[in-house]
Design a binder for this molecule. Structure first.
Ligand SMILES: CCC[C@@H](CCO)COc1cccc([C@H](O)CCN)c1
Ligand SMILES: [Fe+2]
Length: 533
């Protein structure tokens, strides 16, 4: 059972404060021993500028995108970081005001314009943000920093320069795609996104970007929608943050957090509206699971899986076993939108206040759901799951729906196992044993956790006054065991002589191998990738 850790000094405030970018990489002080085979870069995205024109940005997902890079070679480490030159960033800094509406902060009307031009800007659609502060991932030979809108930004993974703003609407009929794509061993990239389309043909589109082919130009030019999934409620598609992919199937969990399209597609400026204002909870649908086959791609409409309401952001892994699909998720119980608790004003409160707010929030739980593929007319009322190693159930109802009950893999009072990572190249879409995550304590990141999804045992790394980020798993070359490798996490230790470090943990025992300390505070990072040299 995770021990109760308290943060009375509220040191976590430091990871939500603006920092300067670096002109050049800075050296890190290495304590301990970095495995000689570990050569490459940790690339991560997060907010770096939290105030514009003297006004604070309100939400965790509003800060202007900053890219961070730890370079490891020959046992030495350097750290670099730059702001991404998005339109959102450049125009905010140039005009010294929020010009592009962010997730939870509305743009300010241009005080210099006259009343008429200000009035008419109200009627133009809002300018969708390109603030790519969520993740960075490779597509072919290129790296893209992303948020969840239709704009992704090509960046140089060595110099951290901003290369090109790309509008996915040029290639795909989507309004946005998640920051969590899946990648096949051959380099094919899959993603899912909302499609509000013409005449409200509402759906969720699964898109496929083929691998880079020599002299075949942009992979994005060849991207296509491979499956369209129907929305449970016309005019109100669910928010989708990630999806599952097994060897032969896509798994889409349709959560009861909905986008009100009448609000989202109408003139925001009147109300100084933001993306957050467009969400609402569906209090009656519960949560729906959808399946689609991968090749040939096709929606499996007869598989109507239902369960009770929860928020879902991060799929951990999904795999097929016998005639079942096993789906492991980081869930938050209830239909109240968890993002309502992630305003910076909340996260930067005194510790006692932070704990009080988290009491009212949806409670986190790692859950295993099992979806039977063969639901030909079994008799209703019987549990269809016959896997020996899980207590998850699936029961066919007379209306043709299948009611799912999960097995709980990890649960603790306001202790979330989140930002999950696995040995992806070896285990994605396959039966696996280990998941690594960031432990959130009343939403404050204060632990690195390893979860054995077979034994349900967990172990943690923590240190007083330390605030880690999502742990990235790097397998030892030629490893035999799934967890033979290193976990990399950027840790902030406010008040220390060197207030941030890259932590290297042995992924078997979560023991510290080394840390590379820098003389700089590093603000919160959300997601990232390890790029081998
Ligand atoms: C009404 C919600 C619209 C969807 C896109 C439509 O497909 C989400 O849009 C944004 C806009 C700004 C920042 C973000 C962040 O990525 C969130 C946290 N990851 C998401
Ligand atoms: Fe995420």
């Amino acid at each position: 059972m995770a021990s109760r850790v308290e943060h009375p000094a509220a040191g976590y405030r430091k990871i939500f404060e603006t920092v300067e970018e670096l002109e050049e990489p800075i050296p890190a002080t290495v304590l301990g021993l970095i495995p000689s085979w570990l050569k490459g870069s940790v690339l991560r995205m997060g907010p770096g500028l939290f105030k514009v024109g003297g006004e604070p940005l309100n939400h965790l997902f509003d800060g202007q995108a900053m890219i961070h890079k730890f370079d490891l070679q020959n046992g030495g480490v350097t750290y670099h970081r730059r702001f991404i030159r998005t339109d959102a960033y450049v125009r905010a800094v140039t005009e010294n005001r929020v010009v592009i509406t962010e997730f939870g902060t509305a743009a300010y009307p241009d005080p210099c314009r006259n009343i008429f031009s200000r009035f008419f800007t109200y009627f133009r659609g809002i300018e969708v943000t390109d603030n790519c502060m969520v993740n960075i991932y490779p597509v072919g030979e290129d790296f893209y920093a992303v948020t969840e809108t239709n704009f992704i930004t090509k960046v140089d993974p060595d110099s951290l320069e901003t290369l090109e703003k790309v509008d996915l609407c040029k290639y795909l009929s989507v309004n946005g795609v998640t920051a969590h794509p899946h990648t096949d061993p051959d380099g094919t990239v899959y993603n899912i996104g909302n499609c509000f389309g013409k005449n409200m043909s509402l759906a969720y589109n699964i898109v496929k970007i083929p691998p880079a082919q020599e002299g075949e130009g942009e992979p994005l030019e060849k991207s296509q929608v491979v499956v369209q999934l129907p929305s449970s409620e016309r005019l109100k598609p669910s928010y989708v943050h990630s999806f599952g992919m097994t060897e032969n199937h896509f798994v889409f969990v349709e959560q009861p957090v909905k986008i009100n399209l009448l609000k989202f597609l109408s003139a925001w400026s009147f109300r100084g509206a933001t993306y957050m204002d467009c969400f609402e909870s569906n209090q009656s649908m519960g949560t729906w699971f959808h399946l689609a086959s991968k090749d040939p791609a096709g929606y499996m409409s007869s598989h109507k899986f239902r369960t009770s309401a929860f928020n879902i952001f991060h799929h951990i892994n999904a795999y097929e076993d016998d005639s079942f699909i096993v789906v492991d998720l980081c869930t938050w119980k209830g239909f109240d939108f968890v993002y309502n608790y992630l305003y910076l004003a909340n996260l930067k409160q005194e510790w006692e206040e932070v704990k009080k707010a988290a009491l009212r929030a949806p409670q986190p739980e790692v859950r295993r759901y099992v979806l039977p593929l063969d639901i030909h007319k079994e008799e209703p009322g019987k549990n269809l799951v016959s896997l020996s190693y899980t207590t998850a159930t699936a029961v066919l109802h007379t209306d043709g729906t299948v009611w799912l009950e999960p097995e709980v893999l990890f649960s603790g009072p306001r202790l979330a196992f989140e930002f999950p990572q696995i040995n992806y190249s070896r285990c994605s879409g396959k039966k696996y044993s280990f998941a690594y995550g960031l432990g959130l304590n009343h939403f404050i990141p204060d632990r690195i956790v390893k979860l054995d999804v077979q034994s349900r045992e967990s172990r943690a790394w923590r240190e007083d006054g330390c605030y880690p980020s999502e742990p990235l798993f790097v397998p030892t070359p030629g490893a035999r065991d799934e967890d033979d490798g290193v976990l990399l996490s950027i840790v902030v230790k406010p008040g220390a002589e060197r207030p941030a470090f890259l932590l290297l943990l042995d992924a078997v025992e979560l023991t510290e191998l080394a840390r590379a300390e820098v003389d700089a505070v590093i603000p919160v990072t959300l997601h990232g990738v390890y790029r081998p040299a």
